[in-house]
Write a protein that binds this ligand. Structure first.
Ligand code: SAH
Length: 260
């Protein structure tokens, strides 16, 4: 059969994570077959565990590709540009994802940039159990999974000002979130916050808090997520001064009485 072209067999190509495949190319992040397979198992584990544990409201095959996987990856070109690095990052960078839930945005980032040394942080036991299972399934190395509160880790010397990259998506309002994230960034480190519509107002309300916590805004940019009509924004902060010892405050104050 001289016309046999195994790599074009439709059952292998067009049905498996096809939106992710096309969308990641649009983002300038071409994925290998192995990475596509990792995303495919991520999807199946997420949906499977979700039946028992309610990890996410988004479970449709198309929606997970767009709203979880591509949305998580969409900030990566901005991060790479800010770090002045190309993908996959050659330096081992320490990254913590605060309130990671079922692993967003950091597990997709780790799949495409395997050299990242990743800490996954969440307060909820069922999320932690899922993440332990997932990290094993996907055979990801250099991943530490921690159950705890961001405002407590931010006061412990093993975590405080230790990370090159600190991420947060859909965890809290911005003026609360910056008090969770900025204390964890090392001097010169980068904080990456994912936000939906309404981000501009939240940003105005958080500007003072960002400064008080030792941050400086380097970028507040709309981000195009492939196949998604809604607006998404990424806020990039650089840690330019040490966070004063007073922060993060305990007893839920970051949430109940946000700075600013
Ligand atoms: N980042 C994920 C999950 C968002 S849901 C995503 O984008 O899909 C918010 C998550 O943050 C929940 O899993 C919740 O347990 C966690 N969370 C909220 N406040 C927290 C805190 N102070 N410290 C640690 N985790 C927190």
């Amino acid at each position: 059969m001289c016309q046999h072209k195994p790599h074009l067999q439709p059952q292998n190509v067009s049905t498996t994570m096809d939106l992710l495949h096309t969308g990641s190319n649009q983002l300038g992040i071409p994925l290998s077959e192995e990475q596509i397979a990792q995303f495919e198992s991520y999807y199946h584990e997420l949906v499977d565990w979700n039946q028992k544990f309610n990890l996410t409201a988004i479970t449709d095959y198309t929606e997970v590709q767009i709203k979880h996987f591509l949305d998580s990856l969409a900030a990566l070109p901005l991060i790479a540009e800010e770090l002045n690095m190309t993908l996959p990052f050659s330096n081992a960078l320490d990254m913590i994802d605060v309130g990671t839930g079922a692993g967003f945005p950091s597990v997709p980032l780790k799949i495409v940039a395997p050299s990242l040394r990743l800490t996954l942080l969440d307060g909820t036991a069922k999320k932690i159990r899922f993440l332990q299972h997932l990290v094993g399934m996907l055979a990801l190395d250099n991943v530490t999974i921690v159950q705890g509160r961001a405002e407590e880790l931010g006061r412990q010397s093993v975590y405080r000002e230790q990370f090159d990259i600190v991420t947060g998506r859909a965890v809290a309002s911005l003026n609360t979130l910056v008090e969770y994230l900025l204390p964890l960034a090392r001097l010169g480190g980068l904080v990456v916050i994912y936000k939906g519509g309404g981000a501009a107002d939240e940003f105005m309300a958080a500007r003072k808090a960002i400064e008080m916590l030792g941050g400086e805004t380097v970028r507040f940019a709309p981000v195009e997520v492939p196949f998604l009509a809604q607006k998404r924004f990424v806020l990039l902060l650089k840690k330019v001064k040490h966070t004063p010892g007073l922060y993060p405050r305990g007893q839920g104050l970051a949430r109940k009485k946000p700075l600013g």
